[in-house]
Design a binder for this molecule. Structure first.
Ligand code: ADP
Length: 252
């Protein structure tokens, strides 16, 4: 059974069909790439799957369970996460503090729930700090742990976004444009981190990205969308050779 199954999903904005009957499956343990020309509906699809936007019609199933329209916090507790840019209000906190403040939702393993059990606060905080340190090391950003999040580079912010997912019990992570504005060296670090999280910690990923080298390096399968629909699925080479895909890209 697919980990995520999207069935005939539609998302309309007024008369505009941003997602127009998309059907696709994400296998557990995969790193699936989602590509397509600008305006294809990729981000809207992510937002509907992740509970940020309600669908107009259609279904989203996770491990066979209907999760259509569940709010983000309910999906979070099931291990489904969509990363967002580090919010402005967290810019004045350090990178380590950003990791330690990941919102509540799972296993009581966070500072917020610890506040309510004063005797355990110190123990919990030490454990969360230790986990944050592991994450910083894993992502090779330990040298910027005490810098303010607002002052690190765009690529380092992307690594911090990934790091925040690692502070949770995420099973499937939706990454939107991980490589946007990121230099090649950091992009390789991000690719390595995703591959390692996938192989060593069993994370499933769905990745929207325009950089085809990045997609080719880490994603299989690749799904191509255009005009709100799924056009093709396969390896990146198969997708690149698909005539409908070529036409869709040329048409933009
Ligand atoms: P992609 O991520 O593939 O570039 P998007 O999902 O961002 O595509 O957008 C698909 C289409 O839906 C675009 O034409 C965009 O302008 C439109 N769209 C996205 N969000 C909204 C919205 N909130 N209101 C109206 N139109 C939207």
């Amino acid at each position: 059974m697919a980990m995520i199954r999207v069935e005939n999903l539609h998302k309309h904005f007024g008369g505009f069909h941003a997602v127009d009957g998309a059907t696709l499956e994400i296998e557990k343990g995969s790193i699936t790439g989602l590509i397509g020309p600008n305006g294809a509906g990729k981000t809207t699809l992510f937002n509907v799957i992740a509970g940020v936007l309600p669908p107009t019609s259609g279904k989203v199933l996770m491990d066979g369970e209907d999760i259509t329209g569940l709010p983000p916090h309910a999906l979070f507790s099931k291990g489904l996460l969509r990363t967002f840019q580090v919010a402005h209000e967290f810019h004045s906190m350090t990178v380590r503090e950003n990791l330690m403040m990941v919102p509540p939702g799972q296993s009581g393993e966070n500072l917020w729930s610890a506040w309510f059990h004063a005797a355990r606060v110190r123990e919990e905080e030490a454990r969360i700090r230790a986990r944050a340190n592991e994450v910083l090391e894993f992502l090779t950003i330990d040298h910027i742990a005490d810098e303010k999040a607002g002052q690190i580079s765009g690529g380092q912010k992307k690594l911090l976004e990934l790091g925040r997912t690692m502070m949770t019990d995420a099973k499937i992570v939706f990454l939107d444009e991980v490589g946007a504005g990121v230099n090649r060296t950091l992009l390789n670090t991000i690719a390595d981190a995703i591959l390692r999280l996938n192989k060593e910690q069993g994370y499933t990923f769905v990745v929207i990205e325009h950089d085809m080298d990045f997609i080719g390096r880490i994603c299989n399968p690749v799904i191509c969308m255009a005009e709100g629909k799924v056009l093709a699925e396969g390896t990146l080479d198969q997708i690149k050779a698909n005539e409908q895909v070529i036409e869709a890209y040329l048409g933009t």
